[in-house]
Design a protein around this ligand. Structure first.
Ligand SMILES: NC(=O)c1ccc[n+]([C@@H]2O[C@H](COP(=O)([O-])OP(=O)(O)OC[C@H]3O[C@@H](n4cnc5c(N)ncnc54)[C@H](OP(=O)(O)O)[C@@H]3O)[C@@H](O)[C@H]2O)c1
Length: 266
């Protein structure tokens, strides 16, 4: 890509978890964050200071000279905030896993998505290099610009359509949020019996390490995959006072057995 088409100056809209991480990471890679726009002054000014940018809470006062407008605001406000920016043809992206590219279509002629697949919170340091960044854009040229920018941060840049990105986001709920809730259930039950959660940590680490390989299910162990109904019934009995946990145990055990038998038939 010719030097003059590269993204050098960006405006970040938002000063929450992702905006903070992206602004800092891009700033470290030599991209100029020239302005931070945020509804709440305190958070916006703080982020602007950290990256040497200007700050405004007036969405109509965006610096229109920027090469990229990076929207990292809550999913439900993307469309409205984008329109308020009053752009014409400036490249505008949102950063959501679950919002269609088309919500930006009335906000600029050049639009895209820059979605990093990870969970971000301001307090926790993040190394971007292994975080997949999913790109979508309305033209090939915009796609190339965004891919190039994403490569500054990550060595896992992936082009995905809106529908593919939404599937990925949905599966991240299974792989991330639901797995995490399973740990919460375990922790809760252990606490009730005065047993330290730390005893499960080596198992949790081993399970996560195993999931790095393909065909995760072939490494599944435990009573469900063995179809050990005696143990399963015993566990269900132990959970009889914890209605929802019992339902989850039962449903997942049945799903594992079904999945195993489906594979057996292949
Ligand atoms: N956090 C993650 O793990 C993660 C990962 C991948 C993608 N994303 C995406 O990143 C985007 C931001 O998420 P986040 O987690 O960073 O959110 P967040 O920490 O809750 O921050 C939300 C930001 O949106 C602004 N905002 C909310 N409603 C607004 C409105 N009506 N008008 C103007 N500004 C508004 C907030 O401004 P105030 O400071 O004024 O409240 C704040 O700057 C979302 O699209 C999300 O899907 C997040």
């Amino acid at each position: 890509m010719p030097e003059h088409q590269k993204i050098r100056n960006i405006v970040i809209i938002g000063a929450g978890n992702l905006a903070t991480h992206l602004a800092l990471a891009l700033h470290r890679k030599g991209v100029n964050v020239i302005q931070v726009l945020n509804r709440t002054r305190h958070a916006g000014e703080r982020l602007a200071r950290r990256v040497g940018a200007g700050y405004t809470d007036d969405f109509r006062a965006a610096d229109l000279g920027a090469d990229l407008f990076l929207l990292a605001v809550s999913d439900s406000s993307i469309e409205e905030v984008a329109k308020n920016l009053q752009l014409k043809a400036q490249l505008l992206v949102h950063t959501s896993g679950s919002v269609d590219l088309s919500v930006l279509k009335n906000a600029s002629l050049n639009i895209g998505v820059f979605y990093p697949l990870q969970t971000f919170s301001k307090e926790k340091r993040i190394n971007f290099s292994n975080i997949p960044v999913c790109i979508e854009a309305n033209t090939k040229e915009n796609e190339e610009k965004l891919v190039q920018l994403a490569r500054l941060l990550s060595n896992k840049v992936q082009i995905l359509s809106s529908s593919q990105r939404k599937v990925l986001h949905m599966t991240a709920v299974f792989a991330g949020n639901f797995s995490s809730f399973m740990y919460t259930i375990a922790e809760d039950l252990l606490k009730k019996h005065d047993i330290p959660f730390s005893l499960l940590k080596p198992l949790i680490q081993q399970t996560a390490a195993t999931a790095k390989n393909e065909d995760v299910f072939s490494r599944q162990t435990g009573p469900a995959v063995r179809e050990d109904t005696k143990i399963i019934d015993e566990h269900l009995e132990m959970l009889s006072k914890h209605g929802v946990y019992m339902e989850i145990y039962d449903l997942i055990s049945k799903s594992i057995i079904k999945h195993k038998n489906r594979n057996d038939q292949l």
